[in-house]
Design a binder for this molecule. Sequence first.
Ligand SMILES: C[S@@+](CC[C@H](N)C(=O)[O-])C[C@H]1O[C@@H](n2cnc3c(N)ncnc32)[C@H](O)[C@@H]1O
Ligand SMILES: Nc1nc2[nH]cc(C(=O)O)c2c(=O)[nH]1
Ligand code: SF4
Ligand SMILES: [Mg+2]
Length: 214
Amino acid sequence: MSYSVKEVFYSLQGEGFHSGRPAIFCRMSKCNLWTGREADRAEAVCQFCDTDFIGTDGQNGGKFVDAETLCQHLLQFWPQDTLAKPFVVLTGGEPLLQVDNTLIQALHSHQFEIAVETNGTKSAPADIDWICMSPKANAPIILDCGHELKLVYPQPDLMPEKVANLDFEYFYLQPMDDKDPEVSQNNIKQAVDYCLKNPQWHLSLQTHKLLGID
Ligand SMILES: C[S@@+](CC[C@H](N)C(=O)[O-])C[C@H]1O[C@@H](n2cnc3c(N)ncnc32)[C@H](O)[C@@H]1O
Ligand SMILES: Nc1nc2[nH]cc(C(=O)O)c2c(=O)[nH]1
Ligand code: SF4
Ligand SMILES: [Mg+2]
């Protein structure tokens, strides 16, 4: 099977549990909750997406004919002369539309530690090392267990209480970023207030945006 990848870059994980950790980001093309076209945003199930995931024309993107070819492409972005095993974050778009057992096994055969950022609407192949599930209002939750649940906040139709009992080790609220900075600031304030009142929930800031890195 081939894999369509929008972009690949090496950066620090900006969000959630692994925040600050160097990682290769592999952004898979396409999502099942939005076409990615601005003209369709208002009708999309997920309307707040901050990401361009259409096509394969981003930095280091492309269509990779098989899992081994994609692994070799990703490996180039990990520094040589390090004791740290390569860490890859499979994101998108929705990575679980494409990520399959073959890719997971190929990445593991090259000693990758594998994290996935998913909207939870699809089941995941076995043996992913770190599953971060970010549920979306009005979308089904199929993947109801994993390592980290990261809820973008506020989503009036998906309050934290609705997902607080799912089988995850860590629960994060991530303030919804908006094109209007005042709205973003207000979302941060609301997320902080919620965490202080409900300490099961920890705050996840999108630190890569604060740092001005990818
Ligand atoms: C672009 S998504 C790709 C992975 C997957 N489709 C998902 O939604 O989890 C990566 C992460 O960014 C979060 N995200 C997207 N738009 C956001 C926004 N405007 N503000 C804060 N987080 C956002 C998502 O909820 C998800 O945790
Ligand atoms: N630095 C950085 N960290 C991230 N964590 C999740 C991201 C994503 O878009 O999935 C992301 C991203 O785009 N950049
Ligand atoms: S599910 Fe993820 S990739 Fe898809 S539109 Fe929403 S935030 Fe963007
Ligand atoms: Mg992002």
